[in-house]
Each structure stands twice: as C-alpha cells, then as structure tokens.
Design a protein around this ligand. Structure first.
Ligand code: 3PG
Length: 526
C-alpha cells in the first residue's frame, strides 16, 4: 500500500513538517508553490495543507481524485469552496483561533500606531526632524471601542480595550449578551446603533460578515478611527477614501484589502492611513501552533479519525470518533435488517453529537446499500438525493445513558453501548444481547429448538469460518430466537444462503462493521 501523500503549499514550519514526516505520510512541501503548479501537484495528493495564497475551488477538487482532506493552516476558509468539498466527501479542516491572539495584538499595534502617529514620527526623526508639536496624538482611555464580531479575535480586542480604559460595545448576532459581557463588552443589537457611538471601529468577522459602505461608515462620529484586520472587502475602500478626504474619519488602519496586494491604491498615498500586508496571524507563536495542530489533524484524518479541526462535519467535544463508530455501525445494522421508512437515531451528548451520529448512521446505511464513496462529510447530501430521511431524537426507548446509542426502524430498536473495549450490541432483530462487536457480524433468526448452534457451527466450520463470540436470545422458550456471532473471516454470500436453508432457520445475514472493532491505542493517539 502506498503511503498517503500530503501536499504543503506554503511555509508551515519545521515542527509541523517533522510531525508529518514522522506520521508515515509522504510530504511534498513548498515555501510557496507557484500558482501554475498547484493543480498538477494537487492531482496526486491525498491531503493538501494551504494558507491563503491558493484557492481550492471545485475545479481543483475535480482534478484531484485521491484528495480526502483540505486543510487550512489558519482560520479563514474563504479561499476554499467548502460546499464543493462537502459534496465530494472531502473533509475540510482549519485551526480556528490558533492565531487569534496574534490578530488581536496586531490590531492593537495598528491602533496605537495610528492614534500616536508612530509611523510618521519615525519617518520624521529618521529624516533629521524633531518637531514635537507636529505629532500630538489621541488617548484611547475614555473613548468607545466598537467591535463588529466578538469571537476569538474580537473578544481579545475587547479585553485590550477595557485594559486601556475604553468603553467597549459589540455587535455580533451569533454571540449571546452574557458571553459578550464576559468578553468585556456590552452587546448592541443593531449595527446601526453601534456605529454612531464608536470612536474606534474594528472588524473581526469572517468574509461573510456585514459589509460597510459609505452610508454606514458616515454614521461613525466625526474623528473616528476604522480598523480592518479581518477580511478585505468588508469595508468599501472608496468610501473610506472619501470619508478621509472629507475629514470625517481621523485615520484608517488596514491589514487586509479587497485585492491583495492592493497595488497602486489612492489610500496608500495618505498619511492618515496605516497598512500592513495581511500580517494579523503572522507571529512565530501562532504559526508554530497552527503548523503543529494542522499536521496532527491531517494525520488523524488520514487515519480515518475525525479531528476537532473539522469544518464541514459537526464535531462534539472530545467524542467524535466514538459517535462516528456508533452511528456508522447502527446505520450498517439498520441497512442489514432491511432499513425502514421511519428511521430515527439517538445518543451522544448535545446537538453536535446528535448531528454527527445522524451523519455517521446515514454513511453506514448508504455504504451497505452500495454507495462506495459516502462518508460522514457527504452522507447528508447523499441521503437527501436518495430521498432517505432520518430523525434525530433525544432518546429512543428508555432513559438515555451517555454511552448508549440507539436506532429505531419503526418499532424495532437497535441498541449499542460504547465501552472502552469497543461497541457492545445490546438489542438487534427484536432480541436483546450483550455482545462485544467485531468487524464481521452474522446472525440467524430461528426456531428455539435443540441443535441450532451445532448446525450453524458445522456450516461455518465447513466454510472455514472461525467464530469469535456468540450470543443467543429469545423472547420465550420454544418461540422465535435470534443468534448473533462475530466471525474472523468474511462469510461469503453462498455460506449465508446455506445458513438460511438449515432446518429451523428462518433467516440469516452478514454485515461488515469496519468501525465496530475496538481500535488500537495508537490509532487514537493525537
Ligand atoms: C487566517 O484566516 O488565519 C488569517 O487571515 C491568516 O492568514 P494567513 O495564514 O494567510 O496568514
């Protein structure tokens, strides 16, 4: 088996490259891969790690049949067509928050430099000047800081604001007022109410955040400062220029531009504009952490695990792999029993776990039904295409226990318990058990008569199949009973047919459960 190939398109740092090399993958790393080489190099890769110099679009994904992972060594995924990746079952990863401190500190650096004319004074002194009266600045204490987007970066910027004696207001429809308050700011429900009060306006949203043009920016108080260390395009650059020319804004600091690099831009000719080249996340510490985190996440993803850096799969804290194993196994067992119109799953803690369980169930179900390119990334889309519906319930059957996962097919319930040793089958085909699952499960529905175990055992012996574990269950003596067995070899279809023809056997089946077998500790090491 050839080793997975990981393409690294920009500087990632030695620690990360060493981790990758030690992780059993083939690494092809560039300080900056020329744009023209991106497509051909990607075509041979199983995973790619990008920063922001390259765009990963649908056409790139189409040209890369082996690609399973697109990793963004950073936060913003606006250079990746996440929707197209999801449709193809390609996992997208990022290291959200790893450069938040760097971006917040950079924002503050720009703000201080702006209000104290540091760049201009530096230039002045180098040119032999010493005109102290020409560089009077502004104090931040007592002013109001308006933060748009109070996530990991905005939250830090808000705290810096408080440390400087500023009043901090925040607009962010996704963060509750209580959390905004914990981050040192007061929540303002409407952007329109924040703007007239912000002496300093700073943006910390993704590219999908609100866009501010002339009408919005003109609502800022006269003499306001505006900063963008988030994404180019959020601020209308022509509007900024006009408001500076009109003397409405006192200064603007930009780390990002609609076009990067911005080229010959009239904003760059102004003394009241301070610029840097998208350096928000560029600190030694952030880049080290990003590199190491993304390298570990990529290795985990290539091993088939779900890292918490996942962007296009819901990730419940610390529990992803367990939920995926349970969901996939339930889906396969459900499909093996013939599925059903009214299917539901329950288990795991919280909404993210429920969503992930549902996705894994659908992936397992569709895999048994013959879809050979379904996975937890694209299973929801595939299920929709098949008209397959699944309800996510908080419980199926009895009171939920944290380690119990259930699927309901109409009135029939399949129950698994996730234990340290692996998944245990508790209910299946209308009977109850407590059996440690393995990779191959065989079962029979039969009449509860003497000799069944012997007949099935002999048939398996004749087929060269070794039994690992076996359990029998019945509702009442002499009625219908169910036997489940884990076996060490793949029983062929012919053997399963032979089992169904045995006297007193009503039905038999086999299902492959690749995620049910306990995984090794090594495979779980992160
Ligand atoms: C990010 O989204 O992480 C920042 O914009 C930094 O981008 P970079 O990785 O290109 O420095």
């Amino acid at each position: 088996v050839s080793r997975p190939r990981v393409l690294v398109t920009e500087v990632l740092g030695d620690a990360a490259l060493e981790l990758l090399a030690a992780g059993g993958v083939e690494v092809e790393a560039y300080d900056l891969l020329p744009a023209a080489d991106f497509l051909p190099r990607l075509a041979a890769a199983d995973a790619v790690i990008v920063r922001s110099a390259h765009r990963v679009e649908a056409r790139h994904l189409e040209a890369a049949p082996r690609l399973r992972v697109v990793a963004r060594a950073g936060t913003g995924v606006d250079n990746i067509d996440v929707e197209a990746a999801t449709a193809r079952g390609v996992l997208v990863l990022n290291t959200s928050g790893a450069n938040a401190q760097a971006a917040a500190e950079h924002t503050w650096g720009l703000l201080l430099a702006l209000v104290r004319h540091i760049r201009l004074a530096d230039r002045h002194v180098r040119a032999g000047g010493w005109d102290r009266a020409a560089f009077y600045g502004e104090e931040l204490a007592g002013k109001t800081l308006g933060v748009v987007g109070i996530g990991r970066v905005g939250g830090r910027v808000a705290r810096f604001g408080r440390a400087f004696g500023m009043r901090v207001l925040a607009y962010d429809p996704f963060v509750p007022a209580e959390t905004v308050a914990e981050r040192g700011a007061e929540k303002v429900e409407r952007l329109a109410d924040l703007l007239p009060r912000a002496d300093v306006l700073t943006l910390h949203t993704p590219k999908t955040g609100p866009r501010l043009g002339y009408p919005e920016l003109a609502r800022l108080p006269r003499g306001a400062y505006v900063l963008n260390v988030a994404r180019g395009g959020l601020l209308d650059e022509a509007a900024l220029l006009r408001l500076l020319e009109e003397g409405h804004l006192a200064g603007v600091a930009l780390d990002v531009f609609a076009e990067e690099p911005p080229g010959d831009h009239p904003l760059l000719e102004r003394d009241d504009v301070l610029v840097t080249c998208h350096l928000g996340g560029s600190t030694t510490q952030a880049q080290h952490q990003i590199g190491v985190r993304i390298a570990r996440a990529v290795l985990a993803a290539l091993r088939g695990e779900l890292p918490d850096e996942a962007v296009n799969v819901p990730y419940p804290d610390g529990d992803g792999d367990r939920v995926v194993a349970a969901g996939d196994t339930l889906g396969r067992l459900a499909a093996a029993l013939g599925g059903g119109r009214d299917m539901a799953v329950a288990g795991g803690e919280g909404t993210l776990a429920a969503e992930l369980l549902g996705r894994a169930f659908l992936a397992g179900y569709l895999a048994v039904a013959g879809d050979d390119s379904v996975n937890v990334v694209n299973s929801l889309l595939r299920a929709e295409a098949h008209g397959l519906r699944l309800r996510l319930q908080s419980t199926v059957g009895e009171t939920p226990e944290p380690e119990v996962f259930t699927a309901a097919l109409g009135s029939e319930v399949i129950t698994l318990a996730a234990t340290a040793g692996g998944l245990r089958l508790r209910a299946f085909a209308g009977a109850t058990f407590d059996l440690l699952l393995g990779e191959h499960l065989l079962w029979t529905r039969h009449r509860d008569v003497p000799g069944i175990v012997g007949r099935v055992g002999t048939a398996l012996e004749n087929g060269g199949i070794n039994i690992g574990t076996l359990a029998l269950s019945r509702r009442a003596p002499g009625g219908e009973a169910v036997m489940v067995l884990t076996v060490d070899q793949v029983p062929g279809e012919e053997l399963v047919r032979r089992l169904t023809r045995l006297p007193d056997v009503l039905d038999a089946g086999h299902v492959h459960l690749p995620l049910a077998a306990p995984r090794t500790a090594v495979a779980h090491a992160r």
